[in-house]
Write a protein of this length. Structure first.
Length: 273
């Protein structure tokens, strides 16, 4: 019994082009090559050089992990390394991550990988995670999206859960489109199936389409409500797969009251206000 043949380099490039909604002419113009040559590459009539594969991948914004796959499909060795974050070669990057997380206190900040698994977090995040009652959700690898939307995670404490849920699902859906990552697609299906507030489906469909970086997470903490706005930071021009897939999620207080509560939590060494 034989498996399905591996996709050819031409088929893979065509799939990425179509996913990016480029015509052959669009991509040819972007890459400054002839449309005829691109057509021959996609059909298998012409075999691309290593440089051509990387050129087209660059203009198609193909993630580094998938660029390695394109090189392999074309018969070339991968060029992008994937090392664990504690690898000595990434020491400078890890130090920068730790510095950012620590320096962001008393506000929450965390680092996640491409599948939203928690890699590192500061003390403010640890204090907020004390709200989670289901210990299974806190066992490594901790998925921060699952933790946020799961009924036994932070969901019961998020005051504007419908809005926050729509925001996170919109971000994840966009990420699935950009990366074609099957694991992220499965995560999207799982999170979409979680319960949502009664009667909120229609109200938040439009919000999901328009969700942006200014959507706050309103988290009930004891008698108080924290209002937090998140921002995402990524490494510029990384050449390592691990760094290219790493993101820093930092939360800022949306109002003076939230800032005061978070400062007080650090001063008191407490997880509740």
């Amino acid at each position: 019994m034989t498996g399905h043949p591996s996709p050819t380099i031409g088929a893979l490039l065509r799939d990425w082009r179509q996913q990016r909604r480029f015509s052959q002419l669009d991509l040819a113009l972007e890459a400054e090559i002839s449309q005829k040559h691109l057509s021959f590459v996609e059909s298998g009539r012409s075999h691309p050089s290593r440089e051509m594969v990387l050129l087209l991948a660059e203009h198609l914004a193909v993630p580094l992990r998938e660029r390695n796959a394109l090189l392999l499909a074309a018969g070339y060795a991968p060029i992008y390394l994937e090392r664990p974050l504690d690898d000595p070669a990434l020491k400078a990057a890890r130090s920068a991550i730790d510095l950012i997380l620590k320096g962001h206190e008393p506000y929450p900040a965390l680092a996640v990988d491409r599948h939203w698994s928690l890699l590192a977090a500061n003390g403010a995040v640890t204090r907020l995670l004390s709200l989670v009652s289901d210990a299974e959700l806190l066992k490594p690898p901790v998925n921060v999206l699952r933790l946020s939307l799961h009924p036994d995670g932070l969901a019961p404490f998020i005051v504007n859960f419908g809005e926050w849920r729509s925001h996170l699902l919109a971000r994840l859906r966009q990420q699935v489109r950009a990366t074609a990552d099957g694991t992220l697609g499965e995560l999207l299906d799982e999170l979409s199936a979680y319960p949502q507030p009664d009667g909120s489906t229609k109200r938040h469909q439009a919000a999901e389409m328009e969700a942006g970086i200014a959507v706050p997470m309103q988290l009930r903490l004891g008698e108080s409500v924290l209002s937090l706005i998140s921002t995402t930071t990524v490494f510029g021009t990384p050449v390592d797969i691990t760094l290219s897939e790493l993101a820093l999620e930092t939360f800022f207080p949306a109002d003076a009251g939230t800032a005061e509560i978070l400062r007080a939590l650090v001063a008191n060494g407490s997880g509740t206000a």
